[in-house]
Every structure is written in C-alpha cells, then in structure tokens.
Write a protein that binds this ligand. Structure first.
Ligand SMILES: [Zn+2]
Ligand SMILES: [Zn+2]
Length: 289
C-alpha cells in the first residue's frame, strides 16, 4: 500500500495558545503564511524555525524578521558538519553534492552562523549536538568540534542552545559539562529516559517533547516526561518529521501540536489548559522572547 501523504485533519483548537518550539517550515509543503495561519487557527501562535545548514539558517533568520509569529534558531546540524569537512557525494543538504572542504570550510560556515546568531530575530543557536545514528566514526571529530563551537557562539551572544541528541546522550552531556552549558539549553526531540530527565532537571535543561511521545513503543519518553519538572517542559513538532499518533507516517506541521500537547497533559495528569499555559511560558523563557 502506498504511504498516506494527505495532511491529517486539524485538531480541535487549544484555548490557551502555545508555541511549536522546533519546526522546519522550509521542508514542509505550502507557504509560510499558510502554515502560520493553519497553526494559529488551532492556537499554535508562535513557531521556532530551525536552520540546519548555512542556507537554511539564513532563511530562518529572514523568515523570523518577516513574521512576528516566527523566531529563528541557526546552526549547522550535527550531520552537516562532517559533510562540510569530508564531502557529501549524496547531496543531502540543500547546497547539494559537494567536495570535501576540510577544516577551513567548517570554520567559514561557523563564522556565518556566528554572524547570524547576533541578529535580533535569532533566538537560538541550534540544532547542534551529536548524532551517533547517522554520522559514522569518521565524522565524529568534525561533529564534536562543531558542537563545541556552537556552544561558544550561543554563550557569547546570550542565545538559547538547541541540542540535537541522537543516540549520543552521554557524550552530549559530557561536552556540555566540559564547555559549560549556556544559561538556556533545550534538548529538542527529547529522547532520553527518566534517569536522564533527572540529570537534565538538575542542570536546568529544558526538555522539548515531539510527536514520538505519543508512539506506542515510547514508554521511556512518557516516563521521562512524567518525572521532568513541569517548568522545563516544551512541545515541538520537528515537522515534517515525527507526526504524532494516530497520524504516524503522514506529513507533520505545526498545526498538529495540540495532538501532542493533549497526550502530554494526560501523562502529567493536568488539564490541557494548564499544560498549554506551562508550555507557553516555558518556551518564552527558554528562547527569551
Ligand atoms: Zn534534530
Ligand atoms: Zn529538527
């Protein structure tokens, strides 16, 4: 059977407006205006648009400057840094296939992220971090060097650090400790267990939950959410990825935040208005807008 690519129906609107703390509008179909209007119609009135490479980060900054509902985060994705250094024959990134640029090319890209991070509409540096799932051993040094550079950029500009941590929990926590985490640090698409949530809580790291918290096999995420202090919890789509149940596999977009937020309220034993109010305040605090 071919995959169902029709957009899921719009959920009932939230009564208390919230933010999608992490989305990729540039990877979704339709215009930015359409996505924002559809999201606002169900109470998702703010989005954080996240860049994954130089071109995407420039676009995020421009889009945030043009729309009051959009804030930007800028970075080289953890899988982007090794491609810049070692080359990318498959052309995964928006710049397409490219030859190995070495360390100098990474420095050049980081300098542009640094420049963008200074802009007023840019509220976060990320997504950065470590991805042991997609990047093999040959790319790890470049990935970690890029992560450390992003931490430094976030601290110098006083912006939130947005972390992508895929199968790299211990190493991400280690690098944060070695470098000293910025005042505001967000684990996007939180993927750790309850024990890690306690470590994050100790350090005051925000934990942003995505649609996968609704998946049947994601008991560890619900356990983590259950122990995470309410004041550190955010919600995100990471759209177009990670569409919440029961729409798994269909295209995700910010207007589906209420589906995930309601599942989170259930885990926390809160009514949806209280959950939305907490998440809304937390997101504004995390990104300082
Ligand atoms: Zn990510
Ligand atoms: Zn992302």
């Amino acid at each position: 059977m071919p995959a169902d690519t029709t957009p899921p129906p719009a959920p009932a609107p939230l009564r208390v407006p919230v933010a999608d703390s992490h989305t990729h509008l540039d990877m979704q179909s339709g215009t930015v205006e359409e996505a924002l209007a559809k999201a606002a119609s169900v109470g998702v009135t703010t989005v954080v648009q996240v860049g994954c490479d130089v071109a995407g980060s420039r676009w995020a900054a421009e889009t945030a400057a043009a729309h009051t509902a959009v804030h930007a985060a800028v970075a080289l994705h953890p899988n982007e840094a090794p491609r810049i250094v070692h080359g990318d024959p498959d052309g995964w990134s928006r710049q397409g296939a490219r030859a190995a640029g070495g360390e100098a090319a990474l420095d050049e890209a980081l300098a542009e992220i640094d420049r963008l991070a200074a802009l007023p509409h840019v509220k976060g540096v990320g997504e950065t971090g470590l991805d042991h799932f997609r990047t093999g051993p040959e790319g790890m040094a470049a990935q970690e060097r890029s992560f450390r550079a992003h931490i430094e950029i976030a601290k110098r500009h006083g912006k939130a650090l947005v972390i992508h941590d895929r199968e790299a929990h211990d190493d991400v926590l280690r690098v944060l400790k070695e470098e000293g985490a910025p005042e505001r640090t967000v684990f996007h698409c939180y993927s750790g267990d309850a024990a890690m949530a306690e470590v994050c809580a100790e350090h005051g790291y925000f934990m942003s939950f995505a649609g996968n918290v609704t998946f049947k096999n994601a008991g560890h995420l619900r356990e983590a959410l259950a122990v995470a202090p309410l004041e550190l919890v955010l919600v995100e789509t990471d759209a177009p990825f990670l569409t919440p149940a029961p729409y798994r596999g269909r295209p995700n977009a910010p207007y589906l935040i209420p589906v995930t937020l309601r599942a989170m309220a259930e885990v926390k034993g809160l009514d949806e208005d209280a959950m939305a109010a907490a998440v809304s305040a937390n997101t504004a605090r995390a990104f300082d807008y």
